[in-house]
Design a protein around this ligand. Structure first.
Ligand code: HEM
Length: 565
């Protein structure tokens, strides 16, 4: 055998077994040096394996290596700027669904799909067969306990039912609307105004995260942590919460036995996680204790300050404190803590991250910004007091607050935000586990215990779902005769679908529209030139480097153009 002639190109035509045989035979005859012989054998084995692995790529989407499975491809994809684009390419090459093969004995084997028929199957049709599962809940239990996000079955159902009634009650809606007005006008806009006064750039993602964190803490605990204030202070509870979620996410990319051992010995990331959870718990315990005191003061003499303030409360903590479980007993403090922490996780960063991508897209699509502004001014022009004013007066009104009815009329803005969520869903991938053997509508076999990932990010980029222009930012695709038309939850999965549809969806749209309209009406948001914008690998699709922007106050003359009065 002439080893010098052995190239990757001509090898597929070589009879490998004869190659092996001749190599070994040469060794038997002792005509070659033993280390050359060993090298040849190893090289031949390697080439054989490489060809086999690469051949699998066509059939299975990625090369499959002995022992390591598809891990090398994943590892190199993780070094790129956007792992979600990589997943998208693989899924597209496999017509919507592929099976990821992890290393031997690892927990990484899974089926990944972006086929709406499969997504409907797992989120709705066969919902009981696809719970979150023990792998997910084991990983998140220390932080989320038995809260709605990680729970399945009755524990989930009970929280879902109660929270759903509360979320859809008129009182709750009024309170959240009022809270939002206060947060945007007394806190967000002054911070933005400050950046203009001091000629500084701003990380808009950080500012929006602060806004939604304060907002959701007020909904869950009835407490304002005050993250969004001038000077943007560090708030220990917010910091601890963020650290705890980041450390929890690390468990998903660490072999289970490794993180469990680290937890046992209280070292590394597990040590940090324990410390952060302790701080979150201290905050929660404190709020729960104080609320209990308030409520007992209210049911006692009812006249003192604590009792009075408790009467006004509508947060989830107070609602759940007033309820009893199926045995007629009050919920434990631990369960109350879990409920609140889960709601904070669900509502903390989803809307702010969506808004960050939205403002980035607006910067790249100024015609969309123009259409939003036109819509805002058209809606404002319907106000009686505006009609009675002379041309130009309304635009100089600093204290202008959009009303709930006006927010609802913002169809184009809703379309523009939905379009941003289609391309950059706040939750880019989600996860389920198979209880009993099953089969997807596309024919994929699912064995009991299989992990299933539905790739929400990829679904927004499938030609089969959205057409040839699926990668373009086009709010118009959501409009029919100027009215916003929602899509099937199994095509547009940003808010999940079926029984576990996002509970905060309506509120989130309201919150995002209110904040966006209040900003866009006053400022042009320009992304700092050459600022790198790439997603971060996390449960929520943050921008890895934040969103550095500079704000410019809108000139009256610019707004004037849009007022048709
Ligand atoms: C743009 C904003 C939002 C997006 C894109 C979004 C998306 C989602 C998604 C994908 C899920 C399913 C997660 C899973 O089961 O693994 C979910 C669940 C949930 N979301 Fe949202 N969400 C948003 C805002 C909010 C807000 C503001 C709240 C509350 C204040 C909220 C409350 C919830 C709750 C409680 C669940 C759990 C529902 C259940 O399991 O029954 N979400 N959301």
């Amino acid at each position: 055998m002439n080893n010098n002639n052995m190239t990757m190109k001509n090898l597929p035509n070589t009879n490998l077994s004869s190659l092996f045989a001749s190599t070994v035979a040469a060794g038997d005859g002792g005509q070659l040096f033993p280390h050359v012989q060993a090298f040849e054998i190893l090289l031949a084995i390697f080439v054989f394996i490489a060809i086999h692995a690469l051949r699998q790529k066509r059939k299975q989407g990625l090369p499959v290596w002995p022992v390591l499975g598809m891990l090398p491809s994943l590892a190199s994809a993780l070094q790129t700027n956007n792992v979600y684009d990589w997943i998208t390419d693989v899924i597209r090459s496999q017509n919507g669904t592929f099976r990821f093969k992890g290393p031997w004995l690892s927990s990484l084997n899974c089926v990944v799909t972006a086929d709406p028929r499969n997504v409907e199957h797992l989120l709705k049709t066969k919902f009981p067969n696809f719970p979150k599962g023990s792998y997910f809940s084991d990983n998140v239990r220390d932080l989320l306990g038995d809260g709605i996000f990680s729970a399945d079955d009755e524990t989930w159902q009970r929280q879902r039912k109660t929270a759903s009634i509360e979320f859809h009650s008129a009182r709750f809606r009024t309170l959240t609307t009022e809270t939002l007005v206060e947060l945007v006008h007394a806190r967000l806009l002054p911070v933005l105004e400050d950046s203009i006064k001091h000629f500084v750039t701003l990380d808009l993602q950080d500012v929006l995260l602060r806004l939604t964190f304060d907002n959701v803490c007020m909904m869950a605990f009835g407490v304002d942590p005050g993250c969004l204030r001038q000077g943007l202070p560090q708030i220990p509870f917010a910091r601890a919460f963020e650290d705890a979620t980041e450390a929890t996410v690390l468990r998903f990319v660490t072999p289970t036995c490794v993180w469990k051992a680290m937890r046992y010995f209280n070292v590394g990331m597990e040590r940090n996680l324990r410390q952060s959870i302790r701080e979150v718990d201290e905050f929660a315990d404190n709020v729960i204790r104080t609320r209990k005191r308030e409520l007992s003061a209210q049911s006692g003499d009812g006249g003192d300050n604590e009792g009075e303030s408790a009467k006004k409360r509508l947060d989830l903590l107070t609602v759940f404190m007033g309820l009893k479980d199926e045995k007629g007993e009050r919920f434990s403090d631990k369960f109350l803590r879990d409920i609140c922490v889960n709601f904070i996780l669900a509502g903390r960063d989803t809307s702010s991250v969506a808004l960050s991508w939205f403002f980035w897209l607006l910067d790249r699509n100024p015609e969309v910004e123009g259409k939003i502004l036109e819509e805002l001014c058209r809606i404002l022009a319907e106000r009686e007091e505006v009609k009675n004013k002379k041309k130009g007066e309304v635009v100089s009104e600093n204290g202008l607050v959009f009303r709930a009815g006006e927010i609802k009329k913002m169809e184009y803005l809703q379309a523009a935000i939905s379009e941003a969520l289609r391309l950059y869903p706040s939750v880019p991938v989600d996860h389920k586990e198979v209880v009993e053997d099953d089969k997807f509508p596309d024919g994929t076999e699912l064995k009991r215990g299989t992990k299933v990932i539905y790739a929400i990010y990829t679904m927004g980029r499938m030609e089969a779902i959205w057409g040839k222009d699926c990668r373009d930012y086009k709010p118009e695709r959501w409009l029919r005769d100027g009215k916003y038309m929602s899509e099937s939850a199994y095509k547009f999965t940003a808010f999940n679908g079926g029984p576990r549809l996002c509970l905060g969806k309506d509120f989130a749209y309201y919150q995002m529209k209110f904040a966006a309209a209040s900003i866009i009406y006053r400022y042009r948001v320009k992304v700092v030139k050459n600022h790198p914008v790439v997603p971060k690998m996390a449960l929520t699709m943050y921008m890895r480097h934040g969103l550095k922007v500079k704000l410019f106050r809108r000139e009256e003359s610019e707004l004037q153009k849009y007022f048709k009065i």
